[in-house]
Design a protein around this ligand. Structure first.
Ligand SMILES: CC(C)(COP(=O)(O)OP(=O)(O)OC[C@H]1O[C@@H](n2cnc3c(N)ncnc32)[C@H](O)[C@@H]1OP(=O)(O)O)[C@@H](O)C(=O)NCCC(=O)NCCS
Length: 197
């Protein structure tokens, strides 16, 4: 069972191992270093602009979170030498939409397609459901094929779109049985099951 403040180790679908941990201000140097391991395209997809370094204010926003209205967890790879950060997942409650939080996922390029994105979705689902959240929303660039592929498999609905950006939201399943019957839905459900053991 996930305890809101405790790190734990969990296997990835590809046989690797990661440690999931709640983000705190101590993670600021790790996030700055992690940004350097993120490709320019992934940075652009996540932050919507070219970004070479986080400012002190951005780092504070990303790490000094209350783990309630703003929930953020990181993943460290346990299979290589040392424990490098390989991704971050977060959600932030939307003040004007009770029951809905905006999510953001980032996985360092060298570790993409290992199942960490699905594991993060399962983690955010557990943490969001525990708070009574009903929907996750997000803004995705129109050419962000990986994220759009993920959203399509989560039965996300389009709420608004412009020339470069799409606003989407997806319902949080009420139980493990409610995950969509897609390849990713099944993988996220399996990950959610692993996390609840
Ligand atoms: C989106 C992102 C978080 C996915 O993370 P990931 O760890 O690679 O995801 P997974 O390994 O769990 O893949 C889940 C599924 O997503 C889809 N997917 C992931 N990357 C894809 C790609 N490059 N092209 C098409 N589909 C893709 C696939 O269906 C994949 O399942 P499969 O590998 O069995 O085919 C990662 O690509 C990322 O960090 N991108 C940059 C930042 C970003 O775009 N964030 C989202 C906006 S906030």
């Amino acid at each position: 069972m996930i305890r809101a403040k405790a790190a734990f180790r969990v296997p990835l679908a590809d046989g690797g191992d990661v440690r999931l941990h709640p983000i705190s201000p101590e993670d600021a140097p790790g996030l700055q270093a992690g940004l350097q391991r993120l490709s320019p395209l992934s940075r652009y997809r996540r932050f919507g602009r070219p970004l070479s370094r986080f400012s002190a204010e951005e780092l504070r926003y990303l790490t000094a979170v209350d783990q309630r209205r703003h929930v953020a967890w990181g993943a460290r790879d346990l299979t290589g030498a040392g424990e490098k950060g390989i991704g971050v997942a977060r959600f932030v409650h939307l003040e004007d939409r009770p029951g809905t939080a905006e999510i953001a996922l980032t996985v360092v390029d060298a570790h993409q397609r290992r199942g960490l994105g699905a594991l993060f979705l399962a983690l955010l689902w557990h943490l969001g459901r525990a708070q009574g959240l009903r929907r996750f929303s997000g803004q995705v660039q129109v050419d962000n094929a990986p994220m759009l592929a993920i959203l399509a498999q989560l039965d996300a609905r389009i709420e608004a779109s412009s020339a470069d950006c799409i606003d989407v939201s997806a319902r949080l399943p009420e139980s493990l049985d409610g995950f969509p019957d897609s390849a990713l839905g099944r993988r996220a459900r399996e990950a959610a099951l692993r996390l609840s053991l």
